[in-house]
Design a protein around this ligand. Structure first.
Ligand code: NAG
Ligand code: NAG
Ligand code: NAG
Length: 305
């Protein structure tokens, strides 16, 4: 192979590369795999359109420039648009009426030559336009997401901002600084409760939980006390039982009255005694013999000697 033919081969290869690069032109993307065609190009020479049959995530991490319009409209199956490297769109940016879209990340986008419209995407809750500086054709950001444009510098054309969980104060100040040269309107609907209401609910929940916990603890304690110590290992129960027994059985006793040495009071010795006053003796009755008829010779009165 001569050096000349080698040169031709290399040239042909370069031309082929050129043709491949040419696929980064006015293009419609129909499926996430079509995005692979854009892996090698950082610029779309024309418009970039997502077809309505597209389903899934539009993930184009290389493209930094679109020389036409970027259009994603009525694509029910698209869930996320991720073009983090995109810096400049020389046409319009239109993301409208995509029912399944949740995440729109154009975090590197600085400049839009036409109008930027994000509207009618009912599920869209996250929009990142953190680098956006300059919009030439007007700005419409409407939906249930929080609008934040920390680097916005100039919007020519009309500006409409309607977001959720956000404050219009920042945009009102920008409008006062003539950042928005056309008409300007901003409204923010609070989708949730006010911070005060949230705090109140949180405190109430904590209090209720505490009360329930205290109630359960008290009930368990009471039940234990009533049941008595059934478990030998339970020190607390056993101690409580002992304490109870002591308090019942060991009542304080009265001391006995001191002994009084007296003859008149017989001492109790456990046997039954008859009461007798001192000095009083029982009358001794004389002893009589029983008379048993006529006396025999050997029968003589004992005490009649
Ligand atoms: C891109 O292609 C579509 C048809 O596929 C055509 O209607 C449109 O005008 C083209 N846009 C540019 C900028 O070439
Ligand atoms: C997007 O593409 C980049 C590389 O091109 C890849 O690293 C990343 O995982 C992709 N993300 C999604 C959600 O497909
Ligand atoms: C949206 O996608 C971006 C880029 O992938 C990611 O960093 C961000 O966390 C996502 N936001 C939500 C709310 O899922």
């Amino acid at each position: 192979m001569s050096p000349f033919s080698l040169f031709l081969a290399v040239l042909a290869l370069a031309v082929c590369q050129c043709v491949v690069a040419d696929s980064c032109q006015n293009t419609t993307i129909s499926s996430p795999s079509d995005a692979d065609l854009f892996v090698s190009c950082d610029k779309v020479e024309g418009a970039l359109t997502v077809s309505e049959s597209f389903d899934g995530v539009l993930n184009l991490t290389e493209i930094s420039r679109i020389e036409g319009d970027l259009t994603v409209t009525n694509v029910g199956g698209i869930t996320k648009i991720n073009l983090p490297a995109l810096e400049k769109v020389e046409g319009t940016v239109t993301v409208t009426d995509n029912g399944g879209l949740k995440n729109l990340t154009l975090s590197g986008l600085q400049s839009v030559s036409g109008k930027l419209t994000v509207q009618g995407n009912n599920g869209l809750s996250y929009v990142n336009l953190q680098d956006l500086e300059d919009v030439e054709g007007g700005l419409a950001l409407v939906g249930g997401f929080s609008v934040s444009l920390p680097n916005i510098d100039e919007v020519n054309g009309d500006t409409t901002i309607k977001g959720a969980d956000m404050s219009c104060g920042v945009f009102d100040r920008l409008a006062a600084d003539s950042v928005f040269t056309g008409s300007y309107s901003c409204s923010a609907s609070s989708s949730g409760l006010s911070p005060g209401a949230k705090a109140g609910i949180a405190i109430a929940v904590i209090l209720i939980v505490c009360i329930i916990a205290a109630g359960i603890w008290f009930c368990l304690r009471r039940r234990r006390t009533v049941a008595g110590p059934t478990d030998e290992g339970d020190v607390e129960k056993t101690q409580y039982h002992i304490f109870n027994t002591k308090s019942i059985l060991r009542l304080p006793r009265k001391p006995f009255p001191p002994k009084q040495p007296s003859e008149s009071v017989p001492m109790l010795d456990g046997r039954m005694i008859l009461e007798a006053t001192p000095g009083e003796r029982r009358e001794r009755r004389p002893i009589y013999e029983l008379d048993a008829g006529p006396q025999s010779s050997h029968q003589r009165p004992i005490n009649h000697e």
